[in-house]
Ligand binder design. Structure first.
Ligand SMILES: [Cu+2]
Length: 360
């Protein structure tokens, strides 16, 4: 339960700051990255626009850890999966023999924003991805007998995102921003790796969908954000979607995604703010199938993708002053408290996001 320890550390840091501060309510009036109240959590994208002529560059690394499996809301042991779920790919035994145990993903996002007018901001984002998945292989003739373990790894540039943000309403303490985004399929969907098959032989194959680096499709990424603030307190709501346009070159499309984020931020002083976020997400399964992705493993089945989850995130934002006035560093730790997955499917354990932003 690594995540409980990290969560605990975040809570302690937050409460000690709270204890120091709660009497002062003076307004300092200095300039923070996006006004005087806290920004949205670092994991929320496309929530704000900039003033005419302003640029913002950002680097946001994200680390996600997945551990164990479930079907719906029920936890599964590896032996509940091996020999018990069908292998629908037609290659290998009729039931599953390879079970993923855990997965680590790193995503290094590089972003640029530029505002040609006070209402419109343009956004470009690229990301470098690293994935690693550990598995157990069970014997062809005995689905309860472990014959070995292996790890597959992929890395490379993922998809590229373009977006236009339009602030169509603004009052002194509220605004609405609508986003029209497009995902360009620059990430590879043909990554290969070496696996241990149920006959005990190693084999180099095209890895399952979960290990690929891009969607392979052009995707629409619309979002609508409401932001509000009252002196030190800020809040916001964002609905965002990912709509896949057609199938990719390998004859499939990842599931469409809809998410709702609700957050609040509190600025303690000039340099420190905390954020709290709750988000819900619904993702569809994969439509179509890549004929080169097959084998007795759950991740080769397009139906074992997507599901619903609700997560909570706790974050902070540090704002520079003086010569560092236009820079900030933010972080957020998040963990799901509800997951209902199209299974067998790996469970999310926690994610840690960090971000550095500079504006000029
Ligand atoms: Cu920005």
């Amino acid at each position: 339960m690594k995540f409980t320890i990290i969560l605990g550390a975040f809570l302690c840091a937050s409460t000690s700051v709270m204890a120091q501060d709660h009497s002062s309510h003076t307004h300092t009036g200095s300039h923070h990255i996006h006004g005087e109240s806290a920004s949205a959590p670092i994991t929320v994208m496309g929530d704000h626009t900039h003033r005419k002529g302003e640029w913002m560059l950002s680097y946001r690394p994200m680390f996600m850890h997945m551990d164990g499996n479930r079907d719906g809301t029920k936890n599964l042991n590896p032996l509940d999966i091996s020999g018990d779920y069908p292998n629908v790919t037609g290659v290998g035994p009729t039931t599953l023999r390879i079970v993923p145990l855990k997965m680590d993903m790193q995503m290094h996002m590089l972003g640029a924003m530029y505002a040609p007018t006070d209402q419109i901001t343009l956004m470009l984002m690229g990301n470098y991805i690293k994935k690693e998945m550990d598995h157990i292989t069970y014997a062809m003739m005995n689905s309860d007998m472990e014959i070995g373990r292996f790890t597959t790894k992929t890395s490379g540039w993922g998809d590229t995102k373009l977006a236009a943000l339009y602030k169509f309403y603004e009052s002194s303490n509220q605004n609405f921003v609508v986003k029209a985004g497009l995902n360009l399929p620059t990430g590879s969907i043909k990554e290969r790796g070496t696996i241990l098959n149920p006959m005990g032989a190693t084999q180099n194959i095209r890895l399952p969908y979960a290990m690929q680096l891009g969607s392979g499709t052009y995707d629409l990424e619309p979002a609508l954000t409401y932001n509000g603030n009252n002196e030190r307190l800020s809040w916001g709501v964002q609905y965002a979607a990912k709509i896949r346009l057609g199938e990719n070159s390998q004859d499939y499309a990842l599931g469409n995604k809809h998410s709702l984020n609700i957050w609040s931020g509190y600025r303690w002083n000039d340099w420190l703010a905390n954020t709290l976020r709750i988000s819900g997400e619904i993702e569809g399964d994969i439509r179509g199938q890549d004929s080169q992705i097959s084998g007795p493993v759950q991740t080769a089945n397009p139906d074992n993708y997507g599901g619903k989850n609700i997560e909570i995130g706790i974050g902070f934002e540090l704002n520079g002053s003086g010569i560092l006035r236009n820079q900030s560093i933010a972080g957020e730790f998040s963990a799901p408290f509800y997951q209902n997955l199209n299974g067998p499917h790996m469970e999310r354990d926690y994610a840690l996001s960090v971000g550095y932003k500079v504006r000029f």
